[in-house]
Design a protein around this ligand. Sequence first.
Ligand code: COI
Length: 359
Amino acid sequence: MTTLDTDLITIQKAPRSRIAEVNWDDLQFGRYVSDHMLAADYNNGEWQPARIEAYGSLALPPATLALHYGQTVFEGMKAFRHTNGISIFRIAKYHQRLQQSLKRMAMPPVPYDLFSEGIQALVSLDAAWVPEAPGTSLYIRPFMFATDTQFGAKPSETYKFVIFTGPVPMYFPKPLKVKVEEQFIRAAKGGTGAAKCGGNYGGAVYPTELAREAGFDQVLWTDGSPDLNIEESGAMNVMFVLGGKLVTPPLSDTILDGVTRDSVLVLAEEMGYAVEERPVSAYELVEAYHKGALQEGFGVGTAAVTAPFELIGVKGKNLHLPEIHPGMFSVRVRSLLSDIRSGRKEDVYGWNTMVDQMW
Ligand code: COI
């Protein structure tokens, strides 16, 4: 066993690698975790030194607050094979969103250096786990949760920050059937919709299960108003191409500030698309459909990048979208993003961090 020290992080390498267990031809999302994880504890009002060690279980007393009252926040990021090594996408932007989520959940900030250096050290150590096939990547999952064990409902004074990674395939291999959800909502004004907190995902499971039983893959969340303004798609942001323009709901306290959403909007302008960030209602989609102007609909998120819809269910009627083809915006922007992340196209926005090969 080798023990290495850096200024910020203590590293203890795993005694043996599990990489031989990976079936690279059948990477299911979330199936494999890499050899190492990072963990850091917050107590007495400050972060204690971080450790990178073999991926393994966390021993948690049953009274651990996060398990009861939900003070838990996560991020989802990616590292890619790049012509010059390995790149990590938009570390600063993901860190900024993590801070916003933590603030909303009354949790202490994670210092940028801990986040950025921690991710880079971890990815460097597990570089062999970054897959090579087109559309694949190393998913990075930072998360943090309340660890006080006095079980009164109160803000925790102690927290644990953890990062682990795992190789992933393309998230949605097939176009999606989505349903405009009218009974349930994901987020309400003044709620936690803009935070990447566990509860937002837990609350989505039941409506999604019902939609699946009805033959859909996901729900299209609305704002719950009679206008049925569309907010998100499943666990992703959502975009439409309507009459040649890219339209997406504007950010608010009910919509996650998606890093892929932001990246796609930047690239859309570069590609010459008119971009409109404005409310878009289910009724507008139906009207556009009948006029032949509903050209594309797709989810946008880190895991999926872009996930095109083949069908949108609205009030019992199905809107069939044009068949997916390589000329579509959602397909072209996905491949442009992929080219930037893998070094086939210049990274003019400074989105990539190249990982130093430390080991
Ligand atoms: C992502 O798109 O990375 C997310 O965090 C969603 C998650 C459910 C996979």
